[in-house]
Every structure is written in C-alpha cells, then in structure tokens.
Design a protein around this ligand. Structure first.
Ligand code: NDP
Length: 309
C-alpha cells in the first residue's frame, strides 16, 4: 500500500485526474481472465492505492468494475468522491441522441451516479452490425457536451484521435476535450501527437503502456522485451522491475499510463513507481526503441470514414 496517493494531472476543465489508472480491457495479450478476475483486480488496485480505473462499454466488464468499486467502498477503503472512473462510448452509439442514453446504461452497469471521465472510444462510427456508419464525430461530441451538462460525467474527452481530428474538434466545439487516450510505449513513443495534445492543454492517457515488453504473441515483436539488457540495467540501478521502468518512462513524460493486470502482486508493483526518477539520458535511451509499431491494430477499419492511424 502506498504511503501517499499518486499525484494528479490538472485537466483543462479544472478536474484532477490521478496519474496512473488500472486498465480493465482484456484480450490484447495472452489473457484468459474471467470477468470475476476484474472485480478482484479493481478491489486489489484500490487497496494498493489506485484511485483511477479505466473501463469501456465494449469491454463488457463495467458490472464487475462497479462490483470491485462497491467492495472497496463497503470495506471503508475509499469513498466515491476519492475515485476517478473513466468509461467510453462505443462506435455504434455515435448519433448525438444516443450518447446520453449510452452513458446512462454504462452508469447503471457500473452502479454509479456519474463517471469522472467519458471518452469517445474511436473517431470511427459503425452500425450495430459493425459496418461503417457516416456519423461525424462533431455530432457525437455535441452529445458528449450534453452528458457533461447533465452531470453524468465530470469531464469529457476522446480516444484514438489523430492530430487533424483533434484540431477539427477544437475548432468546432464549445467544450474542448480534456483528454486524448491513445497507445504510447517504448516502441510507439508518439512524440508529435503527445506534443500536440499537451500544447493544447489536453491530457494524455497512455494505453498498452508496456508495449512489447510483455508477451503479445507476436513473433515479430520489436525490442524491448522483458529481458532487454538496457531496460534491465536501468531497473537494476533503481532496484525496480523492467515493467516499473517502462511505466516511469510514461510518467516522466507527463502521461497517465493505464497498466492492465489482474494479478494482485503485479497490480501492486505497477503503482509503486512514484519513488524514483529516470535521468534525461535514460529517458532518451528508452525513447530510442521507437519503431512506430502498434500493439493495437485496427486494420479491419482501414476503409471506414475517420480511420485515425
Ligand atoms: P498493457 O501494456 O497494460 O499490458 C497488459 C499485459 O501486461 C497483461 O498481459 C498483464 O498480465 C501484463 N502485465 C501487467 N503488469 C505486468 C508487470 N508488472 N510485469 C509483467 N507483465 C505485466 O496493455 P493493454 O493492451 O492491456 O492496455 C492497458 C489498458 O489500456 C487496457 O486494459 C485498457 O483499459 C486500455 N486500452 C485502451 C484502448 C483504447 O482504444 N482506448 C486500447 C487498448 C487498451 P497480468 O494481467 O497477468 O498481470
């Protein structure tokens, strides 16, 4: 258990977002987790000091996330207002008048009155059968602004938006996005998109923060792997694990990493990253692994309107 709470990022709407979130999306690595593992993971995370949980309608686990939160509140570990809960709107609910009802359904599954952050999961709109739909994300955003106005979410933001999509949204909205959540790790450092978001006061949440450090069942995976000597030497110097070094790399850049784990020991390990700092040389050494290779590919949507990658 941490002696102090993790630090927060101040969002452009005045809300404060804790600098590390537990990921609850499963299925990008070797995962065989059950939904009950998510309930336990959320409870263990809060017990270990996490105050920020990342979920999404499409993960199918909002109910279990809500149960883990309820368990922690029932045990007196936290109160609701000390937690920061993020969920996301799926691609088939992009019509303006679908947004508020979709968030209400998420809230009902979570057992919450409000979330702290609601994100458009992708700029791509689909019909329920997964085929492309041509709904402009600017219309979706109007629904997001309505959700915020109703108090169903404190902050609103986006995920997987590229630079020109961010610019178009900023130029055509009343409320700017508080957050853009996208993939960042040593092999996908995303300097231009990170810089662009930060210079417009949009906080960045980094998904798949371990990149290929952990098994992705990809024989072509680029370094660094878990046994990488450069990462290993930095880890040994600070008495930390390779995973902790890579999470610290994100935090040093001002990003909010979202490590996923359902293992109690690794959940605790992943938040224990606020008692050491990397040097500028070490940060540069880790950044030099960049290959602009993605863990999360969405090639199936390549021909859909607003494909962001
Ligand atoms: P991560 O980089 O978090 O990697 C997760 C994998 O790493 C799991 O197999 C986990 O296994 C393992 N792991 C966790 N901690 C350690 C550790 N300390 N040492 C070694 N292995 C470890 O990738 P994800 O792709 O899962 O992304 C994280 C989260 O980001 C998701 O859960 C989701 O919330 C979000 N996300 C959002 C997306 C979006 O479009 N907005 C897309 C993808 C992800 P184990 O559980 O056994 O510990």
């Amino acid at each position: 258990v941490l002696a102090t709470q993790p630090p927060c990022v101040l969002l452009n709407d005045g809300n404060k977002m804790p600098m590390i979130a537990l990921g609850t999306g499963r299925g990008t690595a070797k995962e065989t987790d059950t939904l009950d593992d998510v309930r336990n993971a959320v409870f263990w995370a809060i017990e270990a000091g996490y105050r920020h949980i990342d979920t999404a309608a499409v993960y199918g686990d909002e109910e279990q996330v809500g149960q883990g939160i309820a368990d922690a509140i029932a045990k007196g570990i936290v109160t609701r207002d000390q937690l920061f809960i993020t969920t996301k709107l799926w691609n088939d609910k992009h019509a303006r008048d679908q947004v508020v009802p979709a968030l209400k359904e998420s809230l009902s599954r979570l057992g919450l009155e409000y979330v702290d952050l609601f994100l458009i999961h992708f700029p791509i709109a689909t019909k329920e059968d997964g085929s492309p739909d041509n709904i402009d994300y600017l219309d979706t955003w109007k629904g997001m602004e309505e959700a915020k106005q109703l108090g169903l979410t404190t902050s609103i933001g986006v995920s997987n938006f590229n630079i020109s999509q961010i610019d178009r949204l900023l130029a055509n909205s009343n409320v700017p996005p508080a957050v853009n959540e996208f993939e960042v790790n040593p092999t996908l450092t995303q300097e231009p998109l990170v810089y662009h978001c930060m210079s417009h006061n949009i906080a960045v949440m980094a998904y798949s923060p371990f990149g290929f450090l952990v098994s992705r069942n990809r024989p072509d995976a680029p370094p660094p792997k878990y046994d990488d000597p450069i990462i290993g030497a930095i880890a040994a110097k600070y008495g930390k694990s390779p995973g902790q070094v890579v999470l610290r790399f994100a935090i040093e850049r001002g990003l909010v990493p979202i490590p996923k784990s359902t293992n109690q020991k690794r959940i605790a390990e992943n938040i224990n990253v606020f008692d050491f700092e990397l040097s500028a040389e070490e940060i540069a050494a880790i950044a030099s692994f960049n290959k602009n290779v993605r863990v999360i590919e969405i090639d199936g949507w390549k021909d859909y309107p607003n494909y962001p990658f």
